[in-house]
Design a protein around this ligand. Sequence first.
Ligand SMILES: [Zn+2]
Length: 322
Amino acid sequence: MASAFSAFRVSLSRISPFRVSHFSYPVTSAFAKTNRILCNSSHSVSSSPSSSFSLMETSENPRWRPMCLYYTHGKCTKLDDPAHLEIFNHDCSKELPVTAADLERKNPQEFNFFLVLDLEGKVEILEFPVLIVDAKTLEVVDLFHRFVRPTKMSEEAINKYIEGKYGEVGVDRVWHDTAIPFKQVIEEFEAWLAEHSLWGKETDGALNDAAFVTCGNWDIKTKIPEQCVVSNIKLPPYFMEWINLKDVYLNFYDREARGMVSMMKQCGIRLMGSHHLGIDDTKNITRVVQRMLSEGAVLKLTARRSKSHMRNVEFLFKNRIK
Ligand SMILES: [Zn+2]
């Protein structure tokens, strides 16, 4: 099964999940068979369906459905199956809608795009989800989602780890079916950024008109550099600066939130999906980002790494969450 996947991984992974429907898979019968088995009614869910959400909390939005996590990896083959489409969401922009009223109070931003990132994994990174938010329209433009296979852990340790973390929310099987090493995730991420013209040779390694948004400093300050050492790769230059949403939140609302859940509670935004499933947390953080932008917040860089001493990080806000 693993070899069938790896044969097509490159061609499939370069395709944005939003464009998969226009792409005809060059599948072998073995691959197709595998995918039929994977994309059946036991298809992994991020949590049980619950009520709808929008920035305005209207009742007109469609019922919330868990994201098809094979689809986010470019590996769903059930896009023509109405029963499957009824159960699983294949377009995350639908659950992060924006209305005209949301745009009335927004302010000009320094960046045209925000890359909301929320990693999972304590020992090694296990999940790497990123959503692009358009700063002008507040809409979600696209998502990048990869499960990440640890490089230095034994198979036994990985199985135990994944069962404990993802088994609980029913996505351990899709994790095993799709996870790839961090080095490959970064290569695919860069191809995806380039497709969106947010990164390329001409930008000297930095992002083009975009900034990462994270909930806290841990993701980019600590975990990515640690994983780069473990995976034996250089720290990509676009991880030199970022926006810690908690610092922007503190300064904009003049109140402290220790994390995503408290930000959402204080804003009266419902938590959707499974907390600590990276893709769901990223969408929930995006809901806070959309709300803050719609209320007039300006998202500025809060942290920058020293070029000469990569471990040194300068924090750019005087008033910040310690
Ligand atoms: Zn699907």
